[in-house]
Design a protein around this ligand. Structure first.
Ligand SMILES: *[C@@H]1O[C@H](CO)[C@@H](O)[C@H](O)[C@H]1NC(C)=O
Ligand SMILES: *[C@@H]1O[C@H](CO)[C@@H](O)[C@H](O)[C@H]1NC(C)=O
Length: 306
C-alpha cells in the first residue's frame, strides 16, 4: 500500500519533470540520484531506523488500525530478549501478495520487544532503495538491503534481523483462503543464523494470506520472469478491487519460542548441519501454526509447505 502510493507520487513528479526539466529535473532529481547512488548507502550499512517515525507516521498508524494488527510474543522470547546482547533471526511467514505488514510491525516492536527493537532491521528487496521516498520511508522503518554482506555485518554487530525467507516466489504464489508458504528450499536464513550463532524465532502472521483475492493467471510465465529477470508481478485485488490497499482482515503476528540449535557453533556450518537445523525450524513453525490456528479462527486450514 505504502509503496503503491509513493510510486504513484514519484510517477507524477517524474511526469512533471517532462515539462519543467530545468527546475525539478536538473536541480532536484539529478542531484538526488547522484547522492543516493554514489554517496549515501545506509541501506548497505546499519540503516537509518527512526523510532518516532516507525511508531507514529500516519499511514502506518492507519494501516495498523485498519488491519487490527496485534503481536503475540511467546513468554520465553520475552524473557530472552530482555537479556544483555540478546539477538535473534526472526524468520517470518507468509510473505503475502504485499509484505507491507512486515515493516508496519517494526514500530510495534518498541513496545513488544523493548530491549532489542532499536537494534532490529528488516531485510527487503534492493529495488525499494532505488525509488525516491520509498527509499527514505523504508530506511526510517528499519529496513536494509537484503544482501548477504549486509546481513553478516548486522549480525556481527549484535543486531537482530527480520527476514521473510519465502520472498517473491511466495508472494506470487499467495492464494486467498490457503496458507501456502515457500520454505523447503529456503535455507539462507538458517545458514546465516548458524554462522553467527544466533537463535532463530519462527513467526507466523495469521490473516496475511487473505489480504488480497489472488489469481493464478499466467503463473508459469510469472515464475519464469521472476527467475530470469528478478521481476515479480503479483496479480491481486484488495480493497475495492485494487492493489493499493489490502482487505480489512484482522491480523495476528505470532512470535514463537526462540530455537537454540544444539549443533550451533559459529563459523561455517556444514550442509548436514544446515539441513538438520532447517528441519528443526520447519517443525517449530508448524507447531506454532497448529498451536494458534484454532483460537485465531483458522482451525480449518493446513500449513502447506512447498
Ligand atoms: C511458548 O512456546 C512454548 C513452546 O513452543 C509453548 O509450549 C507455549 O505454549 C508458548 N506460549 C504461548 C503463550 O504461546
Ligand atoms: C556483541 O556481543 C559480543 C558478545 O556477546 C561482544 O563481545 C561484542 O562487543 C558486542 N558488540 C557490540 C557492537 O555491541
Amino acid at each position: 500500500m505504502i509503496a503503491t502510493l509513493v510510486i504513484g507520487g514519484n510517477a507524477l513528479l517524474l511526469f512533471g519533470t517532462l515539462f519543467r526539466p530545468q527546475i525539478i529535473g536538473l536541480y532536484v532529481v539529478l542531484p538526488y540520484y547522484i547522492c543516493i547512488t554514489l554517496i549515501s548507502s545506509p541501506q548497505r550499512d546499519l540503516g537509518w531506523a527512526w523510532k518516532r517515525f516507525s511508531q507514529n507516521f500516519f499511514v502506518l498508524v492507519v494501516l495498523r488500525k485498519f488491519l487490527g494488527i496485534r503481536l503475540m510474543i511467546n513468554e520465553s522470547l520475552a524473557e530472552a530478549q530482555a537479556k544483555d546482547k540478546a539477538q535473534f533471526v526472526f524468520a517470518v511467514f507468509p510473505h503475502g501478495a504485499n509484505a507491507d505488514y512486515s515493516s508496519v510491525i517494526n514500530g510495534m516492536l518498541y513496545d513488544s520487544l523493548p530491549n532489542i527493537a532499536a537494534r532490529t532491521r528488516t531485510l527487503v528487496a534492493t529495488i525499494l532503495f532505488r525509488i525516491p521516498m520509498v527509499r527514505e520511508i523504508s530506511l526510517w522503518m528499519g529496513c536494509v538491503d537484503a544482501r548477504r554482506d549486509v546481513a553478516d555485518r548486522l549480525l556481527e554487530k549484535n543486531y537482530s534481523l527480520v527476514i521473510l525467507p519465502g520472498g517473491q516466489v511466495e508472494q506470487i504464489r499467495t492464494t486467498h483462503g490457503r496458507e501456502r508458504i515457500f520454505l523447503k528450499r529456503r535455507k539462507g536464513f538458517i545458514r546465516l543464523a548458524l554462522k553467527h550463532g544466533v537463535p532463530v524465532v519462527p513467526v507466523y502472521a495469521f490473516g496475511v494470506s487473505d489480504y488480497y483475492h489472488t489469481s493464478h493467471f499466467a503463473m508459469g510465465f510469472r515464475l519464469w520472469l521472476l527467475k530470469k529477470l528478478g521481476m515479480s508481478i503479483p496479480i491481486a485485488r484488495g480493497l475495492y478491487g485494487t492493489l493499493i490497499s489490502p482487505l480489512p482482515v484482522p491480523t495476528t503476528v505470532v512470535f514463537g519460542e526462540p530455537i537454540y540449535f544444539s549443533i550451533m557453533k559459529p563459523g561455517s556450518p556444514t550442509p548436514e548441519e544446515i539441513e538438520m537445523a532447517h528441519a528443526v525450524y520447519c517443525e517449530g513453525l508448524v507447531d506454532l501454526f497448529e498451536t494458534h490456528k484454532t483460537a485465531l479462527g483458522y482451525g480449518d486450514r493446513v500449513l502447506e509447505i512447498e
